[in-house]
Ligand binder design. Structure first.
Ligand SMILES: [Zn+2]
Length: 74
């Protein structure tokens, strides 16, 4: 982070800075949520599961979306 950013955090308008911090926290939450996602595709030929669009075994566009229920938040 730059010095300018730090000064803005210290001297910036309070409302705007608080809103920015909230936005950043929210963006981080969303990033983490996608990180934890299990593989959402399965090959309809060999049943390989993974995030790939093309199956690495069949070397073809055979991956179909698998709908999985999200684990409930604690
Ligand atoms: Zn396959």
């Amino acid at each position: 982070m730059s010095m300018l950013w730090a000064w803005d955090r210290i001297l910036g308008e309070r409302d705007r800075v608080e809103r920015e911090i909230r936005d950043e926290d929210q963006a981080r939450e969303e990033l983490r949520a996608t990180d934890d996602d299990p593989p959402t595709r399965r090959c309809r030929v060999c049943a390989h599961e993974g995030p790939e669009r093309f199956c690495p075994h069949c070397l073809a566009d055979t991956m179909i979306d698998v709908k999985r229920p999200r684990p409930p938040a604690p």
